[in-house]
Structure formats: C-alpha cells, structure tokens
Design a protein around this ligand. Structure first.
Ligand code: GDP
Ligand code: MN
Length: 400
C-alpha cells in the first residue's frame, strides 16, 4: 500500500525525522489560509498523488507549463497555484500518459537548499536484509543516477540481529561528504527512517531530496513510503491512510474478497488457482504471442462466492478480450469452480470468448455443469491446448 507525501512526512516526524511545517488542503481557499498560517517569504505548493517526478511533470491542460511542485511568494500566489492544480490531471514519468487527478495539495514552508541528497531504505531480497541506498545526487530520479554513474550510489545492508549501528550512519555520512553538525543530523535522519521502516513493516522509505541547508541542518523535503500489504493487519491505523482514488479499482475489489490479484496491461484475463500455476499460465499465454490482463490466484479452498467475485472482476475489465480459466482441483473442487463461473457469467453476461481447462477433483462433474449451462465455453484438455485456444479465439474476434 502506498501513501501520500504528507502522510509519510507525518509518520516519519513521529520517529524524529526533520520535516518542515506543512498543511494538507483540498481547495484554493484552504491553500490561502494555510500559506498565511505557515508564513515566511516562500511556501511550496505540492500536488499529492501516488507518483514521483511531480516537479518535472506537467498538467494535461497545460503541456508546456509548470509542474506539480510550485514555489509561491505570497498567499495569493499559493491560492492561484491551487486553482491551477486542483482537479487537474498531472502527468509525470511515473504516472504513465493517463496521469493522475490532483485532489489534495500539501502547502509547505519554503526551504533554503545547499545540497540535495538521496536516501532510501528497502528490502534486499537477495540478502534478506534492509539495505540503505544513498547518493550525493539527490533531487533527480535515482534510476538515472544508477544508469549513468552507478559508482555514485552507496549501499549499506543492515544486520537484523544488531540493527542500524551509529558506525554505519557515520560511515555513510562521510561517504556523502557531510561535515560538522550534518553528520549527527544524518544519524538522526537515518535512525528515524530505519525505526519507521521496521515498526511499520514498510516496503520502502525514500527521501528524495534529503536537503542540507545553508546552516548544515538536514530536512526531508520529499518523502515516499509504501507498506508490505501482508503486514497491514498489524497496523490498522495505516489502513486509514489509504486513498482509494489512487488505487486500481480492480485490485481494490479483489482485496475486498481476499483474492491475490494484480492488474496487467494485456488482453487475456486469467483465473487460476495457485501462484505457481498462475505464473505458468501467464508464461504460456506470452509464448503463444498474447499478453495477460491480470494475475489472479483464487487460492486453495476458495468458496463459490469468492470464485464468482474473482470471475466478475475479470469479466468487468474492459481491456479483457478473452478469458482463460485454468484450475487444478486439489482442495479446490472443479464443480464449485464450474458453478461459480456459470453464476457469474449469467449475472454479468459473457461478452468475450472463455476457455476453461479443469483437472483434478470432481473434474467430470465440473465439465458437465459447464456444458449443460448453455454458455459458449470452449473446453481445453491441457494448459498448452488452453493457451492456443484462447489466443486463437481472441484473434478470431479481430481485436487482439
Ligand atoms: P518530486 O518531483 O515528485 O520528487 O517532488 P519533490 O518533493 O522531490 O520536489 C521536486 C523538487 O522541487 C525538489 O528536488 C527541490 O529541488 C524542489 N523543491 C521542493 N521544495 C522546495 C523548497 O522549499 N524550496 C526550493 N527552493 N525548492 C524546493
Ligand atoms: Mn522527490
């Protein structure tokens, strides 16, 4: 689960991260009031969307214009910036061409910037450790730094038994060319990021830029946090930070039914049981020359209702030009699957070709239910056969 910059800053502040004074607003009038309250010679008006690259982005209605991070010299300027940004679509290198509608702004105190650093913490799956990634080249996309000057990216793994040591923090501070009070400040920043990461079961904490001010203080000028969905049950307070406007509606619906679902960009919707079988199904669709529209694992012992919900999600996806159901009935019974498919198809209407391959427990009963349903279902004998049939059917419709 991702959250907004202003939410990440509030959480990190609770762990001792230095951040500037700021207010979240939803209207130009609120922006005016917030800018007055914050005061100072400059405030920054920042679009809140779940994507980075806002500063260098542009709004759909103003292609050559300013981005989603604007400096305002007066409260009136802040209000004007809010008028331009709210309810407009911001396009950045992370949003894709469709962009995201801006519904909230963060009004923040201005900051004098001497240097911009990059800092993030994430899980390195190869070593099973939290790794710190840092660079002197903050304020730009870290992917670009990694591609052009990989030697300028510093990495430091944290031993889970001992946690983050002050030695590691000081060592990194030196390699970032920090001096004097900035070294201690960096230790505070790193500790805050690490404590937040561990206590909240984060998947990533990213501060880009981490700013060094003229006086040598450090400030988290931008913050991104995302959380491990599998640990969210331990943090009910984080659930309230969810912004459904920023989420894929297909994934939201799936989560409500406890389904493992990931929306993809292809045309063939898949309903499969077991993550391994789901991967194999996606691979074989690609081998036949088409792309999957989703990854959907209904799990081992799913109920008829849950399978029907899963099938409805796939059916309702406008990108889907054909559906491949591939079920190996072990604990899951093929007749339950068949009943759920029939029920969901009747309810929603089957507007695309459907290929079903069933194997295992109660397979004969399942096949009988499907063939008696009167629905136009193409049976398949094995996975290869199923993939070939669905690709052929989609191509025959002339839309793939
Ligand atoms: P992003 O583009 O989505 O990553 O948004 P950021 O919050 O990182 O802002 C982009 C850039 O705007 C930063 O790298 C800074 O250079 C600049 N910026 C943000 N806040 C301030 C500020 O208070 N003062 C100044 N001068 N620049 C700022
Ligand atoms: Mn940033």
């Amino acid at each position: 689960m991702n959250i907004h910059e202003y939410q990440a800053k509030a959480l990190l502040k609770g762990f001792g991260m230095p951040v500037l004074d700021g207010r979240v607003v939803r209207s130009p009038d609120e922006a005016l009031v917030a800018a007055r309250t914050i005061g100072g010679p400059i405030v920054v008006v920042k679009a809140q969307i779940h994507a980075g690259g806002r500063g260098a982005g542009h709004f759909a209605d103003d292609p050559g214009g300013k981005g989603g991070v604007r400096l305002a010299r007066t409260p009136d300027d802040a209000q004007q910036a809010a008028v331009a940004m709210l309810d407009s679509t911001l396009i950045t290198r992370q949003t894709g061409p469709a962009g995201r509608v801006v519904r909230r702004l963060y009004i923040e105190a201005g900051c004098e910037i001497a240097r911009e650093l990059y800092l993030s913490l994430l899980v390195d799956r190869a070593t099973g450790r939290i790794v710190i990634v840092a660079s002197q080249d903050g304020g730009m996309a870290i992917e670009d730094v990694a591609a052009a000057t990989p030697e300028r990216i510093l990495k430091e793994a944290i031993d889970p038994a001992t946690g983050l040591s002050d030695y590691q923090a000081r060592n990194l501070a030196a390699r970032l060319d920090l001096h004097g009070r900035s070294i201690r400040a960096f230790t505070t920043v790193l500790r805050a990021a690490y404590e937040a990461f561990v206590s909240l079961d984060a998947a990533i904490v990213e501060i880009n830029p981490l700013v060094v001010t003229g006086s040598g203080d450090l400030v988290a000028l931008d913050a991104k946090m995302s959380f491990d969905d599998n640990a969210l049950f331990r943090h009910p307070e984080l659930e309230e930070l969810r912004d459904e406007n920023e989420e894929d509606p297909r994934e939201r619906e799936a989560a409500r039914h406890g389904l493992a679902y990931v929306g993809l960009d292809g045309t063939i919707g898949c309903m499969v049981n077991g993550a391994g079988l789901a991967m194999a199904t996606m691979d074989i669709i690609k081998m036949e020359g088409e792309e999957p529209a989703n990854f959907l694992d209904v799990g081992g012992g799913a109920s008829r209702e849950r399978v029907a919900a899963a099938f409805r999600i796939v059916l309702s996806d406008q990108k889907v030009r054909g559906i491949l159901v591939n079920i190996f009935g072990g604990i899951m019974r093929c007749d339950i699957i068949a009943e759920a498919i029939v029920a969901a198809s009747r309810e929603t209407g089957l507007r695309v070709p459907l290929v079903v391959r069933l194997a295992g427990t109660n397979v004969e009963r399942g096949e009988e239910i499907l063939s008696r349903s009167g629905l136009k279902i193409i049976p398949a004998s094995d996975l290869g056969d199923a993939a070939r049939k669905i690709v052929a059917a989609v191509r025959a419709e002339g839309v793939a």
